[in-house]
Design a protein around this ligand. Structure first.
Ligand code: AMP
Ligand code: MG
Length: 410
């Protein structure tokens, strides 16, 4: 059971996801420019890829069955085929074609011997190995067949998909229009980096960090202002941002103390509050509101909490709104290399690294200092480890969910 006033993360996420409608606006962009965008169309290949059987190596193309029956035969080299320069004639049994990687297979031969497996002299070639049909030949359509799916609407473009689309000759693609995300920092003590730091103030870590997170997820950023701890000022800032933005991410002022106004301002701006207080640490004070289909996310002020809430709650919401298929964070089960007590009723997301123990097994180790405001617990961490909602005692060796950060993958 989570604390009565708090909502488990997955429940909060599913609740908002079920109430969001994708923007449904699209534009056509060059495939080269489409990394991280969401496809707004289903595409199939109009070609077999590769379009023809072709050579996987440099060597000699011959008839495999003929060699099997005539192992000592000297094949006369009658033609040459290079990549982009096909040989249009026919290679008869007992003859060889000199062929280079990527060249289309001429009519006749069904296998290729590498140079190093042949003896060549005076225009003839002998092949040392037993022949196997299809050897060193890349068959037509081995990558994709004509009519096969390249990608479906809602899929996020990746470098590999951009390669595949380009291999299929696709130049432009219809994608969902980018989300416009306004990012606001709130708090009387928050000072923009580069400005003089007054007594009792701190620099704004959240807006630059959230901009980087949002940008890395492929959305467009409208960097906002720093708003003081006044409800009226926040309402004005929210309303102004909502004139152009699809989403507002504010940080700070998300609790229910005297100086915390984001939740009230969210309501005064005409939004319904769907989520308030999560059963998780860091990140308990967090509100999500909807005004029509415009999303307002009030993140906690502590930078680590803002980071964790963005990754685990906000990022999937943005994906859905942007026309994507949200998927749970990539998670692997790894044994804990530490023991820790915790309170039941809230999940904890701690900054962690994967290390190798004395037996050579991978284990999760906690990284850095603790605390929702301690950004140095994030820098150098490789991901988050989840201590489950109901657990009270984590024991070394227990299997836990580890969510690697995008940057540490290949
Ligand atoms: P709050 O959610 O406003 O109670 O803030 C919690 C803590 O996070 C306080 O110590 C704030 O000073 C700090 N904080 C709030 N906003 C930011 C920000 N933009 N950058 C760095 N720290 C912040
Ligand atoms: Mg504050």
């Amino acid at each position: 059971m989570s604390h009565p006033d708090t909502t488990p993360l997955a429940e909060a996420r599913d609740n908002v996801l079920s109430q969001l409608t994708p923007l449904g606006l699209s534009e056509t962009v060059s495939v080269r420019q489409a990394n991280k965008r969401f496809s707004a169309e289903d595409l199939v290949s109009h070609y077999d890829l590769p379009p023809s059987d072709n050579a996987a190596v440099d060597g000699f193309g011959i008839h495999a069955a003929f060699l099997a029956h005539h192992p000592d035969h000297a094949f006369r080299i009658v033609a040459s085929a290079r990549a982009g320069h096909p040989f249009d004639g026919v290679i008869k049994e007992g003859e060889a074609v000199r062929i280079f990687t990527g060249a289309m297979m001429p009519t006749g031969p069904d296998c290729i011997f590498m140079h190093e497996d042949c003896e060549e002299s005076d225009g003839f070639v002998r092949c040392a190995l037993p022949a196997r049909q299809g050897m060193n030949v890349r068959p037509r359509g081995e990558n994709l067949s004509s009519g096969e799916v390249l990608l479906t609407a809602g899929q996020k473009l990746t470098p590999a998909i951009i390669g595949q689309l380009s291999a299929a000759g696709v130049e432009d693609i219809k994608v969902s229009r980018q989300l416009r995300v306004a990012i606001l920092s709130t708090g009387d003590e928050i000072t923009a980096p580069g400005m003089p730091l007054k007594k009792g103030h701190i620099f704004d870590a959240n807006a630059p960090m959230l901009s980087a997170l949002v940008g890395a997820d492929g959305h467009a950023i409208h960097d906002g202002v720093i708003v003081p701890d006044e409800r009226a000022a926040l309402v004005t800032a929210y309303k102004t941002a909502l004139e152009t933005a699809d989403v507002i991410l504010s940080s700070g002022g998300a609790s229910d103390g005297d100086e915390d106004h984001t939740q009230g301002a969210l309501r005064d701006s005409g939004a319904d509050c769907l989520v308030w207080r999560l059963a998780m640490k860091p990140g308990r004070p967090m509100a999500v509101g909807l005004r029509g289909n415009q999303l307002i996310c009030c993140l906690p002020g502590n930078p680590v909490a803002a980071f964790v809430c963005y990754k685990l709650l906000v990022a999937p919401l943005l994906d859905r709104l942007a026309g994507g298929k949200p998927h749970p964070a990539f998670t692997v089960r790894v044994a804990a290399g530490f023991s820790q007590k915790k309170r039941a009723g809230r999940a904890e997301y701690l900054r962690a690294r994967i290390e190798t123990d004395a037996t050579g097994a991978s284990v999760i180790q906690l990284h850095g200092r603790k605390g929702a405001g301690v950004i140095s617990s994030l820098t150098g961490a490789e991901g988050l480890v989840e201590l489950p909602l109901e657990a009270e005692n984590i024991i070394a060796g227990q299997m836990l969910s580890f969510m690697p950060f995008q940057e540490i993958g290949i």
